[in-house]
Design a protein around this ligand. Structure first.
Ligand SMILES: NC(=O)c1ccc[n+]([C@@H]2O[C@H](COP(=O)([O-])OP(=O)(O)OC[C@H]3O[C@@H](n4cnc5c(N)ncnc54)[C@H](O)[C@@H]3O)[C@@H](O)[C@H]2O)c1
Length: 434
């Protein structure tokens, strides 16, 4: 029997839990090293390894990353660090001959994305990007209906994604609020949606025109709900603020962030109306594709409810996907479950209906709804993990995003950001050489 694959995880925050747990469960992997600027968060992940009956991993600071790859003889690297830091680790690992699984987005700007693509080409290395939404059974049903020609040729897509004032607000509490870290929601969040459309249609984006605004969050816009404080912990005024996240109430949030902040000053619970927000919360796009299809897309981050609607218009009919992740949101982020529910990890208690409706021309609608569990990104997390870790030739492996597909998912958002700045339509070919 072959030896377990020597694995390292860089960026040991919330998302990394999926990988720590998933790798610890699999005999074929040994997590031998963790890398993060914060030793408290690395220690949290080591406790997870111990709880799963595995050995603890050595803890390494980012400045010694290359040494870590060498000394620990790393064969697989999992990248779950802040978005803007992905490129540095992905590239060094590929140059060292290490297989890489990275969280989305590929990176946050065009220069870094081009550099990753060039490194993949030069090294011939293996980079998979965890675009988990492709593995949600609801999204897979949509793809198979479109591929079967259920609505003929797809001419246009109308796509609206709503983030509610719990989950949506969360991007304005921490590092995502600075575009330099996250690329803004067009990159950090919408790249999931752009990836789905590329994958659903088998299409590549060519031209993007958009308008983005910070309409709701940010300084001076408290709408009569919120209170004055810079971060919620320790602020009496945050107690009755519906937007406040109370880290001390939740064991995971406390251990991962509150107990760790002394080391790096990473405050997870900033006031969403405090200064420092450089991302948009309301974004509208028009995108055209190389198949001739167009998409109108809208993302709102301050909605009363969470979910999405995607309408496909084709030569033989129309396909409608409607998902209600939350039908309304309670005030106060008193999240007390084992895993923080703020970030899509768990089903919202107010989740509603999912439906997939095919409307063929000249005949009654046909229901194609499949079960949607709303948790772990609609069941996608467990499936993407299985595809990434369990076999190299399983039925789902073809759906793992490679570097080029991840760049195609990213380029619509990068072009959108450029269009927001210039007010002009942007050709994706002028953003990235794919
Ligand atoms: N696919 C999905 O559905 C999904 C969901 C959530 C997050 N993510 C992705 O996972 C990644 C992590 O997000 P998160 O929610 O866990 O954030 P987080 O803030 O909980 O964790 C980020 C970690 O990165 C570390 N870090 C900061 N600077 C670093 C550096 N220079 N080098 C190494 N590590 C550094 C932080 O200390 C922290 O431990 C992001 O890329 C995010 O886009 C993906």
């Amino acid at each position: 029997m072959s030896l377990p694959i020597r694995t390292a995880i860089v960026g040991t925050g919330n998302r990394a839990q999926l990988f720590t747990e998933g790798l610890a469960k699999r005999d074929g992997y040994d997590v031998v090293a963790l890398c993060d600027p914060n030793s408290v968060r690395m220690a949290f992940h080591n406790r997870m390894l111990l709880a799963a009956g595995r050995r603890t991993a050595h803890q390494w600071p980012p400045a010694r990353f290359d040494e870590m790859l060498r000394v620990e003889r790393i064969e697989l690297l999992v990248v779950t660090s802040v978005d803007a830091t992905h490129d540095r680790y992905v590239e060094s690992a590929l140059r060292a001959g290490v297989r890489v699984i990275s969280e989305k987005p590929l990176t946050t700007d065009a220069v870094k994305a081009q550099s990753i693509l060039d490194t993949v080409r030069e090294t011939g290395g293996s980079l998979s990007v965890a675009y988990n939404y492709r593995f949600n059974p609801v999204h897979r049903r949509v793809r198979s209906l479109l591929a079967e020609g259920a609505i003929g040729d797809v001419h246009s897509v109308h796509f609206e994604w709503l983030l509610d004032v719990s989950h949506g607000a969360d991007y304005f509490r921490r590092w995502h609020r600075d575009k330099a870290n996250s690329g803004g929601l067009m990159v950090h969040k919408a790249s999931h949606h752009f990836d789905l459309v590329n994958w659903w249609l088998g299409a590549e984006p060519q031209l993007v025109y958009g308008r983005g605004q910070l309409a709701f969050y940010g300084p001076g816009r408290r709408h009569g709900y919120a209170r004055e404080y810079s971060r919620a912990h320790g602020a009496a005024s945050a107690l009755d603020d519906p937007f406040a996240l109370h880290l001390a109430d939740n064991a995971t949030l406390r251990e991962l962030y509150l107990d760790a902040e002394v080391e790096d000053g990473y405050y997870r619970d900033r006031n969403v109306f405090a200064p420092g927000v450089t991302i948009e919360d309301d974004m509208a796009l028009l995108v055209s594709y190389n198949t001739g299809a167009t998409m109108t897309y809208h993302l709102t981050a301050y909605s009363p409810a969470e979910g999405y609607r995607v309408m496909f218009n084709g030569s033989r009919g129309r396909l409608e996907l409607n998902v209600e992740e939350s039908t309304w949101t309670t005030p106060h982020q008193r999240v007390t479950s084992a895993k923080g529910a703020v970030h899509g990890d768990l089903a919202a208690p107010t989740a509603g209906q999912t439906s997939i409706t095919l409307r063929p021309l000249w005949s009654p609608p046909v229901d194609h709804t499949v079960e949607h569990d709303h948790a772990g990104h609609g069941g996608a997390d467990a499936r993407v993990l299985a595809a990434l870790l369990d076999s190299s030739d399983g039925p789902d492996n073809a759906d793992i995003a490679d570097a080029r597909q991840a760049a195609l998912a990213l380029v619509t958002g990068l072009a959108a950001n450029r269009s927001f700045e210039t007010g002009q339509p942007v050709r994706t070919a002028d953003v990235l050489k794919l």
